[in-house]
Structures are given as C-alpha cells and as structure tokens.
Design a protein around this ligand. Structure first.
Ligand SMILES: *Cc1c(COP(=O)(O)O)cnc(C)c1O
Length: 233
C-alpha cells in the first residue's frame, strides 16, 4: 500500500489546517512551525516531503535518524532536525552532531551533558524542556511541580539555550488542560516556544499557543511498530 500515501497532498492539507487554526490577530508572532515526524519511515517516504518544500523534521531515536538523515541533509542542507524522543547521556555527542534542536531535555544530568558538549564543540543548538504534564510514570519529562526549578537551573546556571517547552499529553485525555498548563509554565519563564499537538490534536494545541506542532501520521501515514524501526533503512 506504499503508493496509496500521497505525502505532498497530506502535507498541503495539514498546512491548510494549521493556517486555519492559527490566530489571525497577531500575524507575526503567531507563526506555527510544522515539525514533520518521520520516525518509522524510510527515506523514500521522506523525500516527497522534502521535494514539497518541508524542511523541519522530527525523529525520536538517534540511531534511526543516523541511518537516514546524514544523506538527506546532504541533499537538503537547510533541513532542521528535531529530536523528540528520550535521550541517553551517552548519546548526547551523536545527538548534538545530527540534530539542530533537542526537544526532550528532562533531567539535570542530560542538561549538563548537552551544555558541556556545546561548549566543547562550539556548536549552536536550541533545546526544549519536556514536561510530563500528565505525571505519567512511564513517560519522560520533568514533573509540573519541579518544572520551575528545573527551568531556572537550565537557563541561569547552565546557560543552556532553552527555546521553550514540550509535552506529550496522556493518550486517553483531552489535550486542552495539558496545553494550557504548559503555556502557563512557559509564560512564567518568558520562554517563546511551545511544542505541543500531534496528528490527533494539533488544532487544539494551536489555540492554546503552540509554536511547534509535531505531526507524523497525518503527513506520512501509519508507521511500522516502534521496535522494528531501527533495522529499517
Ligand atoms: C510519534 C510522535 C509524534 C507524532 O505523532 P502522530 O500521532 O503520528 O502525529 C509527535 N511527538 C512525539 C514525541 C512522537 O514520539
């Protein structure tokens, strides 16, 4: 069924929906960046998106991204790659090497490792701090009650280039409460970016101020189960 997915048409439809959901008043400040989530998809599925002008992509595993993106980035050097999945400290070097933005900073050890790597390499990167708004034990992210202290430490002590916050609401809950909570925390710290909203709920996230929506399925179609992804190139 590979050919049944028209990535360029899906992209155009998603872009129209983003435009329709974006607030009209503050034209300049309200730009929403579409992060096309290409995890679980091979390069031949990603290329039509690049050909259609899409330049911002998200992947959730360093190793999987290393198999696809060095080549694609050579073909499209202005591509911006976001890491949206959990990051182990021993992979920070590889992550900083390949990704332009790391959206999943969620603990001090990781924040320190990124700061050190940026200092050592001189590379410029932006990060988001992931907040576990649903306080789910199996999910990454700092707890809402710990977010203020963690953000302050990252910004003031580590001087980490924190652009904003990211959240993944519980799958069985309305996103609205989580989006509102994330927006509140970001506002307290004057952080300009909010990465929230996926295929099922991005319009709601935009109404709550999302600046980055992470959309996979609505652009690329269904993907293979997560544990079979790494072997696919
Ligand atoms: C997979 C993933 C997405 C995209 O999800 P879709 O429902 O396919 O749009 C967004 N954010 C994160 C963190 C993901 O892992």
């Amino acid at each position: 069924m590979e050919n049944a997915i028209d990535v360029a048409a899906n992209l155009a439809a998603v872009r129209r929906r983003i435009d329709a959901a974006a607030p009209r008043e503050s034209s300049k400040d309200s730009t929403v960046t579409l992060v096309a989530v290409s995890k679980g998809h091979v390069s031949s599925r990603i290329r039509p998106a690049l050909a259609a002008g899409q330049r911002v992509f998200g992947e959730n595993r360093v190793q999987e991204a290393e198999g696809k993106w060095p080549t694609l980035k050579t073909e499209y050097p202005d591509t911006e790659l976001h890491l949206i999945g959990p990051l182990q400290t021993n992979k920070v070097g590889a992550a900083v090497d390949l990704f332009d933005v790391i959206q999943s900073v969620d603990r001090l050890k990781l924040a320190r490792a990124i700061t050190d790597t940026l200092a050592r390499t001189g590379l410029k990167r932006r990060v988001f701090i992931q907040v576990n708004t649903g306080e789910e034990p199996q999910k990454s992210g700092v707890l809402p009650t710990e977010a203020d202290a963690f953000i302050s430490t990252c910004v003031a002590d580590l001087v980490l280039p924190v652009a904003g916050l990211m959240c993944i609401p519980p799958i069985d809950e309305e996103g609205a409460l989580h989006f509102a909570l994330l927006a509140q925390i970001a506002q307290r710290h004057n952080l300009p970016c909010l990465s929230m909203g996926m295929s099922a709920d991005f319009e709601s996230a935009i109404r709550f101020g999302a600046t980055h929506v992470r959309i996979g399925t609505a652009v690329f179609g269904p993907r293979a189960p997560a544990n079979t992804i790494a072997a696919k190139r």
